[in-house]
Design a protein around this ligand. Sequence first.
Ligand code: SF4
Length: 581
Amino acid sequence: MTDRRFTDKPELYPEGVRALPAGHAALVGNRTLFPSTVVDVDAKFEGRLLVSGENNRKLGRMVAKGAFKGYALYGLSLEERATCPEDCSVRDICYGNGMQMARRHRIVDPEYFYVCLEDEIRELTTGGAGLLVRLHVLGDFPSVDYVAFWSDMLAEHATLAVYGYTHRKTKAWGGDEIGEAIQSLKDAYPDRFRIRWSSDVYREDGAMVIDETPRQPTTADGAIVCPAQTDATACCASCGLCWEPNARHASIAFIKHGPKSDEAAAAAAMRSFEVEEAESAVAIVAAAPKAKVITDAAVQPPSTPSRAVIPLSLPSSVKPAIIAGDVPKARLVRPTDLRVEPVYQRDLSAKSMKLIRKIVSGWDWAKFKPPVCAETKDGLFVIDGQHTAIAAASHPAIREIPVLVVTATHLERRAGAFVAHNRDRVAMSEFQIFHAEVAAGVDDAGNLLALAKSVGATIPRSPPRRGAAKPGDVLAVNQLRKSYRAHGASVVGRVLRIAVMARQAPLDRLVARATVMLLTLDAFKDVAKMPDSAIANGLMAVKDMQGAATAFAEESGQGRDRAAAVLIAAQCRESSKRSAA
Ligand code: SF4
């Protein structure tokens, strides 16, 4: 009875569900993400509106138990967001964002739509056959007329029943006429019009979306978790909770589902971290002593903001590995007792020499990472930490170093571990290094941050998503640090002020380098003498800077940065001539 063409279920990982970013075309346009799947229902329409639950992994073909046992289960899809209330709280995470294959129906000719739908209902209830319609697989009740249609159908077809959810609300809940009409129909057919109120809060006869996968069949506030999602039952046809009278009092909780991304998962993880703010800790970090050796033992510094390491809930597809090998053991050894296997280890390069020199000249146990070594019959082989070990051996004051000894008797295992140590890591972005160096008291980092703040610019902790940068956001962090070291605070301060005035969102590397050129190269001496506002106006006057700089660079044979500087200078000079005239 509950047979379905597709029985696999989407992976449960609510933390990873990604929302459409603010300003997304589907949100602004109040439409589906997949416009090509929308079918207009007008006189030319020939398809079927109701789709058997057999084609839907969640519904099932026929109700297996309860009040509507033996009823055929069908679903109707309209267009999500287009038919839904604009204050729906899950517009950006609608599970329709993950249904690119579903067919959506647009009611272009309502009369024709109602005729078609009634024909199908009449056909499916022929001979007193039971029909349970899921409203709506996608979309919501678009109008009072539409609700009235269902009222007529329920009146006419005694073996018709409807179940589903709506984000419409009665006026008492801040809703509208449509919500009122739905309430009246619920009152008129309490057992056959089983539409639940979708809500952010627990409510009687409600439905809510939850951000986590509960370990219990109910949530903390008593909502019943949809058993089809947790595999406690196959599908709606074998469940019936949403329409059965005995569950009317409760809310049904749906675990958030839809397209996922690790970015969303990371954001959810960060939200789950509680940062224990110490009193004025942020100020204390900013005031941290500048770039000198800190002797931890001396005085206990004030607390700093920190967050506990907590377990994250991972997608159900992640099966934790069976732990192999012994826990690593720490051991003190002479660095010269260590050996390196060239078959998988890197040969020393120019970069290696630079790093070893840096470690030796700046030896600091707080920056020391114990090499990971494997004990073999031929000695202790360094799997990770060759440069550190060589630096230690090269530092006259270092007699012994702590290493971590792991079990890796076979070469393949050592080589595999070497690759994992060096490949499976999250590289630091220039933004993360910058803010960490601010906390470490590194001069140019702290000064640049203060400079940026003083002119209303922002150096974000991670690169803003494409199109999400705000005016004054700085993308060219490393470029500005380089310019700061080369030209000092006055030039970089002007670059930042000009970028803020020109509402650069963000200040990217091209504009940063071009502006530095305008302020430092002889060829632009006249422009450098102009007020920042004039240069900002010149900058804003260059439309599509990236494209214009590329085209002019090709045309003039100059580099893009200089080409951009020339374009801005031309605008500045032009407008200064006009104002002089
Ligand atoms: S609670 Fe039951 S009837 Fe409701 S959606 Fe889940 S499986 Fe379907």
